[in-house]
Design a protein around this ligand. Structure first.
Ligand code: MN
Length: 319
């Protein structure tokens, strides 16, 4: 998915230090995505920009799209990141400049590694399921891997971790010793957890990671903090386990990783290390070079928005 903000603000992030265990509730920002979709943006937010290498989190739906086109995100570029398409309901048809053409279904991993440059489109196929519900996640690539060749992976059968009342699908990285086949470039975890009503559980975590929880459906209590769908709780580091309680059937995402040590610049659909890199990427997309071409999408490609007046500089913790 693309950041479709007409005037995207530059975001500087990274260079975070360990926080210890905290409980910071992140407020979602409602952002229109195309004609018919509104998403709830959890990252970056005012108070927090990254969780490990996870640097962008949109939650959308469940939306009834029976009589609507659904998701229609025209071809657009990416640089310096991985995108994770993650669905609970519906399906998304992915096309990219490598020639990939892939339908991604609920609890299947569609993982696109942009490396130095890729472009893609995402659309609800025709016909499509009535409901669309999912999350769009980005992972920042570390400096040693951000110039690599682009790639797309589809993993329809992900490993699971189970316990009484719990089924966890490991999307990326490792949870409780179980590792996703998706390619990662920093130590992290992304998992989709389902708890049945009444379940109480201590979920084992890597204490070196910082973590956050995003509720997808139902009611969930995380370390005594009640969460409703679309809300995200940042949990900090140094947690060997996480106390969970589900008063109703509940589904949620667990995102975590080693605090990202590098400073970086996020603007529109690009992640770089300097304003000059972002400007060059924007120019290359607008002039039709470097990012390749997406074939088969019924519509025009996206244009990059105007650059902001303020300089795009990589900074650390300072806001
Ligand atoms: Mn995208």
């Amino acid at each position: 998915m693309s950041n479709l903000d007409a005037k995207p603000a530059p975001t500087t992030c990274g260079g975070e230090r360990s926080t210890g265990p905290v409980r910071d509730l992140l407020a979602a920002r409602r952002v229109p995505l195309g004609e018919s979709t509104v998403v709830r943006r959890l990252l970056p937010s005012l108070g927090r920009r990254m969780v490990g290498a996870w640097c962008f989190v949109d939650h959308y739906g469940p939306d009834d799209i029976a009589d609507e086109p659904g998701m229609q995100v025209p071809p657009h570029p990416h640089m310096g990141l991985q995108t994770v398409s993650w669905l609970h309901e519906g399906e998304v048809l992915h096309r990219d400049s490598l020639g990939s053409l892939q339908t991604v279904r609920p609890r299947e991993l569609g993982l696109m590694t942009s490396g130095r440059a890729i472009s893609h489109s995402e659309e609800s196929p025709r016909p499509h399921a009535r409901y669309l519900h999912g999350a769009q996640l980005w992972v920042a690539l570390p400096d040693a891997h951000r110039h690599r060749a682009p790639a797309f992976e589809h993993h329809p059968d992900l490993p699971t971790v189970t316990a009484p009342g719990l089924t966890a699908t490991v999307i990326l990285g490792t949870l409780d010793g179980t590792t996703s086949p998706g390619t990662t470039h920093t130590p992290l975890v992304g998992a989709d957890l389902t708890l049945t009503a009444g379940t109480t559980l201590d979920l084992p975590l890597d204490p070196d990671f910082e973590h956050a929880v995003l509720t997808m459906s139902g009611a969930l209590t995380v370390d005594s903090v009640p969460l409703t769908p679309g809300s995200m709780l940042y949990l900090g580091t140094d947690r060997p386990h996480l106390p969970l309680y589900a008063p109703t059937d509940a589904t949620f995402l667990l995102l975590g990783g080693e605090p990202f040590p590098e400073k970086l610049v996020m603007w529109w659909n690009f992640i770089g290390r300097s304003g000059e890199e972002i400007l060059q990427a924007r120019t290359d997309w607008e002039t039709g070079t470097r990012f390749g071409e997406v074939h088969g999408y019924d519509g025009a490609r996206l244009h990059a928005p105007a650059l902001p007046d303020i300089p795009l500089k990589a900074r650390g913790r300072e806001r």
